[in-house]
Design a protein around this ligand. Structure first.
Ligand SMILES: [Zn+2]
Length: 330
């Protein structure tokens, strides 16, 4: 599901973009994935780059790396082991595999037998972080609580939304685009200082996120977390990952969990990104919200005037309804 229509594209990645668009076309051809060609955001194909869109799915197209069956990308047999974090760009930590200062060690005594290849090799190990791979769609506390979540920021509306939340004593979770967090660290620090929480929403918001290669998903998830932590300063926690457009797969959920990020969904989506009108946003939330629900809203990705206006009605309504503001479960 595209979340917004005006997210700026990454400035200079024509080669990578073309390749991903091609992958999108292949997946669309093989899976009949509705909406792929109209996906918004960073990967929207331009007419000049969509030559292959009209081409029939020939065998040469399907041999371009995408599975020709309906198997999801996550079905590939890659990386079942512990989350060996692929060398994130600009990570300043040296590789742990380079001590080489002392004398070369003799081979270890043969007291410890090599571990027997048990049956565990066939079942995927639990995430090294201990974080669940399951998408969470409810609050941490349950009961008459609600979790407000804001995606695609930080953006122009973030400050005004923070002001509104403060007026009602509301806490929220901000699912941030990594490169935008890196560009505006002051607002990330303000979010933290006000007691809100942060969530990873990928580096570039590519869509459809579910069709990314494993390697690309690892980069989008892990580097965005690093960018948000860097922007927020020491001690910044990022407990969740929300896939752009909700494009979760078993593979990217596992990648997220391996990086300590619980996949975060929602239970109420008023589609504020599409600017359906303030009344529509308000009535959808009021009719669909149940205790323990997670509401999806946006503080970035375009003009959020309707979202702000809806919040001015929804915040007092939530308080009057006896809701307490909570964070999503972890
Ligand atoms: Zn988004």
């Amino acid at each position: 599901m595209p979340e917004h229509t005006t997210s700026p594209r990454p400035p200079s990645r024509p080669r990578r973009r073309r390749r991903l668009v091609a992958g999108c076309v292949v997946v669309a051809a093989s899976l009949a994935l509705a909406g792929c060609g109209t996906a918004n955001g960073a990967l929207r194909p331009e007419p000049s780059t969509t030559v292959s869109v009209t081409a029939p799915p020939t065998s040469s197209t399907s041999s371009a790396g995408a599975p020709s069956s309906g198997a999801p990308v996550s079905a590939r047999p890659s990386a079942p082991g512990p989350a060996s974090k692929p060398a994130a760009p600009r990570s300043g930590t040296p590789s742990p595999a380079a001590p080489r200062s002392g004398t070369p060690k003799p081979p270890p005594p043969a007291t410890t037998p090599t571990p027997a290849p048990a049956a565990a090799t066939t079942t995927p190990a639990p995430p090294v972080s201990g974080v669940s791979t399951a998408v969470v769609r409810s609050t941490a506390s349950g009961g008459r609580t609600v979790a407000l979540t804001f995606d695609d920021g930080p953006g122009r509306a973030t400050g005004e939304i923070l002001d509104l939340l403060a007026r009602y004593g509301a806490k929220a979770t901000f699912c941030q685009i990594g490169r935008q967090a890196a560009a505006d660290p002051a607002v990330v620090k303000r979010i933290r200082a006000a007691g809100h929480r942060l969530c990873d929403h990928s580096v570039n918001h590519p869509q459809p996120f579910a069709s990314l290669t494993h390697e690309k998903a690892v980069y989008e998830i892990s580097a965005a977390k690093d960018m948000i932590v860097q922007a927020g300063g020491p001690g910044t926690e990022v407990p969740w990952f929300r896939a752009p457009g909700g494009g979760f797969t078993a593979d990217n959920q596992r990648v997220a969990a391996d990086h300590g990020l619980r996949p975060l969904g929602w239970s109420v989506d008023p589609r504020d990104w599409s600017r359906p009108g303030v009344a529509s946003i308000v009535s959808t939330v009021q009719s669909q919200l149940r205790p323990g629900g997670v509401i999806l809203l946006h503080d970035g990705g375009g003009d959020r005037g309707q979202t702000v206006a809806a919040l001015k009605q929804l915040l007092p309504w939530l308080v009057a309804q006896g809701y307490r503001f909570d964070f999503p479960a972890r």
